[in-house]
Unconditional design. Structure first.
Length: 78
């Protein structure tokens, strides 16, 4: 990886604040970013699977739940 001098100084400063070597800070930050990315992707997959579930849509309709106006509408007839 290549970093600008400003980026390197930021990395060094944060590592110093945390009391860890810069290499350890960069490795841990990378691992954290990978974990975060995977968690977001998994969450998106679960979200999509829930909203593709026809049984859920039927249950919401049967319960009489009103999800409000469609986006971009004002609630008044044109």
């Amino acid at each position: 990886m290549e970093y600008s001098e400003a980026e390197l100084e930021d990395l060094r400063a944060i590592a110093r604040e945390l009391g860890v070597p810069m290499k350890q800070f960069v490795r841990q930050s990378t691992a954290d970013a990978i974990h975060h990315h995977r968690a977001l992707r998994e969450g998106a997959e679960v979200f999509q699977s829930v909203f593709r579930d026809n049984a859920l849509a039927d249950a919401i309709a049967a319960a009489g739940i009103d999800d409000g106006q469609a986006p971009g509408t004002t609630g008044r007839a044109a």
